[in-house]
Design a protein around this ligand. Structure first.
Ligand SMILES: NC(=O)c1ccc[n+]([C@@H]2O[C@H](COP(=O)([O-])OP(=O)(O)OC[C@H]3O[C@@H](n4cnc5c(N)ncnc54)[C@H](OP(=O)(O)O)[C@@H]3O)[C@@H](O)[C@H]2O)c1
Length: 329
C-alpha cells in the first residue's frame, strides 16, 4: 500500500507514523505531506528517511490511501482532489463527519457499512470515539435513552502549539497563547469555539456524532467539555439512562467482552482508568461502573483513552486495515 499521511508533522500525524509502524501496516511507500512550511523536511519511518511533500505533489503521486489530519479547511479543499485521483481518504478533521453522504466510522461498531464507493471516510471526534465504544454494546442490550457527559480533555487535543503553551507556562517562559487563558493549574470550560446555542463545537460533536454512529436519532445527549492541564488522554464522566434495567455485573461483562475496551474497575485495589496510564495505549479504559441511585435504569461510568491514539491515529488506521481486509481498496 502506498500511504500518504497528510499532516505528518503534527501531533496526530506523528502518532499515525508510530501506529503504522507498530501494527506492521503494509506500507510499501510512505508519502508524508504537510504545509508549504515543511516541504523538504525529513521524516523517519521504520529506519528510512522520507521528504515531506506538498498537497498537489501528493495528489499526483496517487497513493492508495491518504490519512488526513491537517485541519478542516485542508480536508474540505483537498480530500475531494485525492478522491478524484483514485485515493481513498480517511479524514480526522470535522469537515465531513456530518455530511449525510459520508460514513462516520468506529471500526468495532460500524465498519461493515463501508463499500468500495466510499472514497472519503470520516473519523469521529476523539471524545466521541471513546464514549460510543462503551455505549454501543450497552445500547444494543438496554437501549440508551439519555446521556449526560462531562469531559476532562487533554491539551494534546489542541495540537503542538497548545502543548508548547503548557510547557512554556510550566517553565515560566512567556510565549504564544493558543488558549484564551493559562491552562496550567486551571480548567477551561471551553473546547473549540461557541455556537449560537451556547454550547461549544466539541460539545455538539458529542451530541451529533453519537447519534450518527449508533444510527439512532432518538438518543438524547447533553455535554460539557472542559480542557484540563493533562497530556495523556481525555477522561469522561458519563451518566446513561436506559429504557431497560440492567445488572451492573452484566454491564462489566458486556464491556469486558467488547473489542477495544479494557475494564479497570476494582475498588479494593483502587483500580480505575487515568490518563497518565492510558497514554500511548490503543484501548479505551472504563471504570467506576456503578448504578446511579437517584434514578431508575441509570448508570455512571468513567471512560479514559489516549486522544491521539484511539481518538485519532489508531481509529484511522483500523479503518484502513478494515478496507484492506475487506478488499475495498
Ligand atoms: N489532537 C487530537 O487529539 C485530535 C484528535 C482527533 C482529530 N484531530 C484533528 O487532526 C487534525 C490535526 O490535529 P493535530 O493535533 O495533529 O494538529 P497540529 O499538531 O497543529 O498539526 C497540524 C498538521 O497539519 C499540517 N497543516 C496545517 N495547515 C496545513 C495546510 N494548509 N496544508 C497542509 N498541511 C497543513 C501541519 O503542517 P506544518 O507542520 O507544515 O504546519 C501539521 O502537520 C485537526 O483537524 C484536528 O481537529 C486532532
Amino acid at each position: 500500500m502506498r500511504i500518504a499521511v497528510v499532516g505528518a508533522t503534527g501531533m496526530v500525524g506523528e502518532i499515525m507514523l508510530k501506529v503504522l509502524a507498530e501494527r506492521n501496516f503494509p506500507v510499501t511507500e510512505l508519502i508524508p505531506v504537510a504545509s508549504e512550511r515543511s516541504v523538504g523536511k525529513e521524516i523517519e519511518f521504520k529506519g528510512t528517511k522520507y521528504k515531506v511533500v506538498g498537497l498537489q505533489t501528493a495528489v499526483d503521486m496517487k497513493a492508495d490511501i491518504a490519512l488526513f489530519s491537517a485541519g478542516g479547511e485542508t480536508s474540505l479543499i483537498w480530500a475531494p482532489k485525492f478522491a478524484e485521483a483514485g485515493t481513498t481518504v480517511i479524514d480526522n478533521s470535522s469537515a465531513w463527519r456530518m455530511d449525510p453522504t459520508k460514513k462516520l466510522v468506529v471500526p468495532e461498531i460500524n465498519a461493515t457499512e463501508l463499500t468500495k464507493e466510499d472514497k472519503i471516510i470520516a473519523n469521529p471526534n476523539c471524545s466521541t470515539i471513546q464514549m460510543v465504544l462503551a455505549l454501543a454494546p450497552l445500547h444494543k442490550k438496554y437501549n440508551v435513552k439519555r446521556v449526560i457527559v462531562s469531559t476532562y480533555q487533554s491539551i494534546t487535543g489542541t495540537g503542538v502549539k497548545a502543548v508548547q503553551q503548557f510547557e512554556n507556562e510550566c517553565a515560566g517562559v512567556e510565549g504564544d497563547m493558543v488558549y484564551k487563558y493559562k491552562i496550567n493549574r486551571n480548567c477551561i470550560p471551553q473546547c473549540d469555539s461557541f455556537e449560537d446555542n451556547g454550547y461549544t463545537k466539541e460539545e455538539m460533536k458529542l451530541v451529533n456524532e453519537t447519534k450518527k454512529i449508533l444510527g439512532d436519532d432518538s438518543i438524547k445527549l447533553t455535554a460539557t467539555a472542559v480542557r484540563v492541564p493533562v497530556v495523556g488522554g481525555h477522561s469522561e464522566a458519563v451518566n446513561v439512562e436506559f429504557s431497560n434495567d440492567f445488572d451492573v455485573t452484566e454491564v462489566r461483562t458486556l464491556l469486558h467482552n467488547t473489542d477495544g475496551i479494557v475494564v479497570q474497575d476494582n475498588l479494593d485495589t483502587f483500580t480505575y482508568p487515568m490518563p497518565r496510564y492510558a497514554e500511548g495505549k490503543n484501548e479505551v479504559f472504563v471504570g467506576r461502573i456503578r448504578r446511579d441511585e437517584s434514578q431508575a435504569n441509570t448508570l455512571n461510568m468513567w471512560i479514559v483513552a489516549d486522544n491521539l491514539r484511539k481518538g485519532a491515529a489508531t481509529n484511522t488506521i483500523q479503518i484502513a486495515e478494515y478496507l484492506i481486509a475487506a478488499k475495498l481498496v
